[in-house]
Design a protein around this ligand. Sequence first.
Ligand SMILES: [Zn+2]
Length: 478
Amino acid sequence: MVNPRNGAAGSLRQLDPRLTAQRPLSLFCYSLGWVDGSWQPETHTEVLEHFRRWGLRVNQEVKLAQNLDACWRYVTSLLAHREALGYEIDGAVIKVDSLDQQRRLGNVTRKPRWAIAFKFPAEEATTTLQGVEFQVGRTGAITPVAKLEPVFVGGVTVSNATLHNMDEVARLRIRIGDTVMVRRAGDVIPQVVAVIESKRLKGARKVKLPTNCPSCGSAIVTIDDEAVARCSAGPNFCSAQRKEGLKHFASRLAMDIEGLGDKLMEQLVETGRVNQAADLYRLTKDELIALERMGSKSADNLLGALEASKDTTYGRFIYALGIREVGETTAHNLANAFIDLDELMDASQDVLESVPDVGPVVAARIQEFFSDSDNRNMVMELRKAGVRWAAPVQTDAPKPLRGQTWVLTGKLEAMSREETKAKLIALGAKVAGSVSAKTDQVVAGPAAGSKLTKAEELGIPVMDEAALLVLLAEHEAD
Ligand SMILES: [Zn+2]
């Protein structure tokens, strides 16, 4: 909702109360109108405590501050977790706690002297769309980016906002020259949330997807019904993709190379010093000092950070490779499921799909990635350059099913298939999708079909779910 206050007011003004009842409205009680009887509260805090006791909703963020510094700490901390509240706020009100003091301070016209609003920066503002630029991501995805007349919103000046993809451009019906509403909340990337069509000027131009990649000139393609348009070339040909891939490699959740920000990476790529990830580890001090704004000390720091980043974890390394669809969580799941990188690189589709979080599409992307000899070379070069990680920690208990391949078939009743897979993987097993001579154990539930028949033909041990539960319980008890 663009304006929750108007939305709530409009809901209450409905002539038909049944319409109002359908709206998911809620409130926090914050003030007292009139007290009749023996209860004479002395402080605002006491009023709110009574509200709570009576079962009225009172905002949990309310705090009693003892002095001005405490008020300041309160508003800054509220501003910092504004996004996590689950509802929108535009500021905080600071009130004198003593009701007697409130009465003595009184009001000026209708404004109380005992309360003051601390306004937070607006999270939405209107501005003009000056143009749309198309950026190329590390997977070749083409993202339309709104170039805006600079506007102060969410506490910063914003001149770019993402438009996500062409479907979003169509949904917003946005045209160049339009007056648009921009939102920037917390650390979230600024977004264009609406177009004010009533303010559209004559000659506002439609936004068109370019036919060629702005970086390498290759054709832009939109595959099947993916919303995303992509550069049809690979990262080895398209320098924008390569650059973005390298930024990802160095990023905090990946190799975490401190001090190697986007601007510096762009310089390194544009000056031809870095073409692939392993080149980073071959940079010399002389090469770094030759860069713009790079002193001797910063060069030393960067070389130190590069050296330090070589000591990484297996999960971070997989994430850093930038395999499409493999986010941080999936990367760590893969690291848990495969003893070493060679095993991961050669894993079959079935084995990959047995990893939590990995479906057919992700499994195919992983296979595609490692079947490319350039990618395998990159891995080899990085290891040669000294990138290393500790062998996967043998968690408390040794993995009793390590090296075994299990197959699940038929209906499982006590646990979901995903849960069962995850438990088996945690014990070191691989869970495959089909039975072969390499299968060690089959778990068959009711209505098991051809997989069970095949297991019986091959003489592979079969257990039912009850037996599996006993086995899992035994291992959990270890
Ligand atoms: Zn390209």
